[in-house]
Design a protein around this ligand. Structure first.
Ligand SMILES: Nc1ncnc2c1ncn2[C@@H]1O[C@H](COP(=O)(O)OP(=O)(O)OP(=O)(O)O)[C@@H](O)[C@H]1O
Ligand SMILES: [Mg+2]
Length: 408
């Protein structure tokens, strides 16, 4: 296939929405969105498949929408993985440089990274990423890229991200049932950062916080590398449930009120502003102050942000984050959430605005699309192709086999 026709596809299986994108990569590495599909999620809880039939259906629908808009079909997709089954550890690898003149080659870097993976990973876990964080050459550390340098001993500090093998396998099976292959997995928040966080911010120190439906995912970057990732099992749906209980209404009505009148800081809402709330069980609708709604939202939003703050403190990563926190996920659309985040985390905060992919329709350039866009950028960076010109599905199956060889 000619280079200018390289096609990529990505899939973000969220708790509330499944999002798919087909993009084209040009020779100059620019990325162009060809098609986007989005469908309400079903059959998935906290990143784990709980109903295979439903998940298969919604994945197929989202991918077909994207393919239809792109006017092309794809054989495989790069898929985001997230949830509280994700674990990360930091591990070191060290090797003796192979060349007699001590020049460090790509192969040495690969061997050092491989040595770092020599840690006990339980059989029910799958490695998703081994991300180099820092290189030391003959004891001198803080090196970003040692290739071409001279030294006899190369050490690498890596960040190893693993997921539950069963979850990975179930996602793989769901794709298989849609006649789609797996182009690779990527940790959602790690991939998402590519679309909303600049290299300068990664250097200075930044937290990407994805406030989704059922979870809030944290990734911390510093000195150019990811340092830590974690998942707080609470998101926008918890806020909606609190509203439903607090205002004694249905979950659907609570969601509508949140989207229409919601705010995360009570102090920013005028108490005399009223809204009509429909009741359940045939009781009449009532007029309730927006401030009451904001009080309910603020309590849960503050709890989520406090848990983020506690997690950052626990791993000693709450200081020296000069670039602050970048909020993504649809939960970051809540008015007042930026101020509440600044106050609770004691860091400058903003909502992430995705960039790096051209030709984005208006509905695809908000913070909720950071993950699917980041997955496309990740795939582009890694040189992954998800359309096998002529090879068709057989090529994709081969790729899947390669990925899973030896694991299942
Ligand atoms: N304008 C808005 N204001 C406040 N909250 C919003 C808004 N739009 C969507 N949400 C909330 O965002 C949440 C969904 O976020 P998102 O679409 O990023 O999640 P997801 O990717 O499906 O889930 P997850 O990332 O947890 O797997 C829902 O709880 C929804 O109510
Ligand atoms: Mg999400």
């Amino acid at each position: 296939m000619p280079e200018q026709q390289r096609i990529l596809a990505a899939l973000d299986i969220g708790a509330t929405k499944v999002r798919a994108m087909v993009a084209q990569i040009f020779e100059d590495n620019s990325v162009y969105c060809l098609g986007y599909g989005e469908t309400p999620a079903e059959g998935i809880r906290r990143g784990v498949i709980v109903n295979m039939d439903k998940v298969t259906r919604v994945i197929a629908r989202a991918v077909e929408q994207a393919e239809c808009q792109a006017n092309t079909s794809v054989d495989s997709l790069v898929v985001g993985i997230a949830g509280d089954h994700i674990r990360s550890i930091n591990s070191q690898g060290a090797i003796n440089v192979s060349r007699s003149d001590n020049e460090i080659l790509q192969a040495d870097v690969e061997r050092a990274t491989e040595a770092a993976q020599d840690v006990a990973i339980p059989p029910d876990r799958e490695i998703i990423h081994v991300i180099p964080q820092d290189y030391c050459v003959d004891g001198q550390c803080g090196i970003r890229n040692p290739i071409g340098m001279t030294g006899s001993r190369l050490e690498v500090e890596t960040h190893i991200v693993t997921c539950a093998a069963a979850t990975a396998k179930n996602i793989f099976r769901a794709l298989e049932r849609c006649d789609l292959g797996l182009g690779g997995f990527a940790l959602e928040s790690y991939a998402a950062a590519r679309s909303v966080i600049t290299e300068v911010e990664e250097d200075l120190g930044v937290v990407a916080l994805d406030i989704g439906g059922e979870a809030s995912e944290i990734s911390v970057f510093k000195n150019g590398f990811i340092r830590y990732s974690a998942c707080i099992p609470m998101g926008g749906q918890n806020i909606t449930n609190d509203i439903a209980i607090g205002l004694r209404t249905s979950v659907e009505e609570a969601e509508r009120l949140k989207l229409e009148y919601g705010a995360a800081m009570t102090s920013q809402v005028r108490t005399h502003e009223m809204m009509e709330v429909s009741a359940v069980g045939g009781r009449p609708a009532r007029n309730i102050s927006r401030a009451v709604l904001a009080t309910i939202i603020e309590a849960r939003a503050e709890e989520i942000l406090s848990l983020v703050s506690r997690e950052l403190k626990r791993v000693d990563l709450n200081r020296d984050l000069s670039a602050g926190v970048t909020l993504i996920g649809a939960g970051s659309r809540l008015p007042g959430i930026v101020d509440l985040a600044e106050q609770t985390l004691n860091l400058p905060a903003k909502v992430g605005r995705p960039s790096g992919v051209e030709n984005l329709p208006d509905e695809v350039n908000g913070p909720e699309c950071a993950t699917v866009l980041g997955l496309i950028l990740y795939a582009s960076e890694k040189g992954i192709t998800t359309q096998e010109g002529g090879g068709g599905l057989r090529g994709a199956m081969k790729k899947m086999e390669t990925w899973f060889t030896g694991h299942f």
